[in-house]
Design a protein around this ligand. Structure first.
Ligand code: UT7
Length: 337
């Protein structure tokens, strides 16, 4: 069995913050941000939360797929910015959409998270353990960036995207996933207690609750140039590995949907592959880097914009903290045959 995407959905916060707004609060400019990243504006949560956006994206994807919440038997949410440590965002989504039969869990693979969610969903489906799966990427990174650090604060945005996968006869789909924990230090976000080595150990009568009062907020920290080099070097090889696995040439691929981190990264990957840059759609000018939500948000825009025709060959590719990276091949078969 294989999962095919029957529906997509997205949810973006209403509040728009453009580059000029940021230039008003930090030493940056619209020109610098556009030239170095391709980002013009981003959406940031006010009333919304990671859970509320995940729920809305899921409802839209279910509606698009014509699948009822009660039919869903697995909900996977990729997020690094869950409302709470416990319970998971996936369980909160289950409750709010009424997917009572679903098994639910979150996974953390940062900006590659949607790809890890997709591969986990396909594994469940192939094993016969699920027939209808919701895979969601949802993030509120505005709560994890240091708004005094201009090198990271300008990059990220909030949002959620979702797909509904339905099982049909077929082989396990071509997927390539990689992780390299040895290079993880170039992109981190610690716990509030990272200076003390993480969450403090507690024993009966310990004063950990008191210690936590003084904890610092955790922030995203990164070596931007190192991440840039990693993405532009690693992702083309990963896509070539995927194409070899599925026996397709680069020219046979209609669209490459890459994690939306930086327009120069997407262009650099296209150049290294010697692929037509027109096959690499981008929306990061509007939303910035929404981490694990970026690929499903882009997929939803293309789907709703009528840009995906039946039978189109797509490559999805993500990369980010871990380090982690991966790619998936799929043929667009949204209509039930
Ligand atoms: O999902 C994965 C998450 N991470 C990423 O995708 C990050 C990937 N990396 C990048 O996108 C880029 O490395 C950045 C956009 C973060 C930075 O672009 P860059 O071309 O690598 O710039 P840089 O770090 O080499 O900095 C160049 C200059 C520096 O000033 P000096 O030392 O040359 O005087 C920075 O201090 O630009 C300065 N700078 C800024 N200037 C204005 C850094 N951030 C800003 C800013 N506005 N926001």
């Amino acid at each position: 069995m294989v999962g095919v995407i029957r529906g997509t959905g997205a949810c973006l916060p209403e509040t728009i913050v453009d580059n000029e707004d940021l230039a008003g609060i930090m030493d940056t400019s619209d020109e610098w941000i556009r030239e170095r990243t391709g980002i013009a504006r981003r959406r940031l949560i006010r009333e919304e939360t990671t859970v509320s956006m995940a729920v809305r994206a899921a409802e839209r994807a279910l509606e698009d797929a014509g699948v009822g919440a009660e039919e869903i038997d697995l909900i996977l949410v990729s997020t690094v910015s869950s409302n709470t440590v416990l319970p998971s965002t996936a369980c909160a989504v289950q409750e709010q959409i009424g997917a009572d039969s679903a098994v639910c869990f979150d996974l953390n693979a940062a900006c590659t998270g949607f790809l890890f969610g997709l591969s986990t969903a396909q594994t469940y489906i192939y094993a016969g353990a699920a027939k209808h799966v919701l895979v969601i990427g949802a993030e509120s990174l505005s709560g994890l960036v240091n708004w005094e650090d201009r090198s990271t604060a300008i990059l990220f945005g909030d949002g959620a995207g979702a797909v509904v996968l339905c099982a049909r006869e077929g082989d396990f789909p071509p997927l390539v996933m990689h992780s390299d924990g040895g290079r993880g230090r170039v992109l981190t976000c610690g716990s509030p207690f990272e200076g003390a080595g993480g969450y403090p150990a507690q024993s009966p009568g310990s004063s950990a609750a008191k210690d936590r009062e003084g904890a610092r907020a955790p922030f995203i920290r990164m070596d931007g140039q190192e991440i840039f080099r990693f993405a532009v070097r690693q992702v083309p090889g990963c896509i070539e590995e995927l194409l070899e696995k599925c026996g397709r040439s680069l020219e046979e691929i209609d669209l490459f949907l890459l994690h939306q981190a930086n327009a120069r990264i997407v262009e650099g990957i296209a150049r290294r592959l010697r692929a037509d840059p027109a096959k690499f759609p981008m929306n990061l000018a509007e939303y910035g880097n929404t981490s694990s939500a970026s690929i499903p948000i882009l997929l939803d825009e293309l789907n709703r914009g009528g840009r995906l025709r039946e039978g189109m060959r797509l490559v999805l590719a993500g990369f980010g903290a871990g380090l982690s990276w991966g790619a998936a091949y799929l043929e667009w078969q949204k209509e039930r045959s």
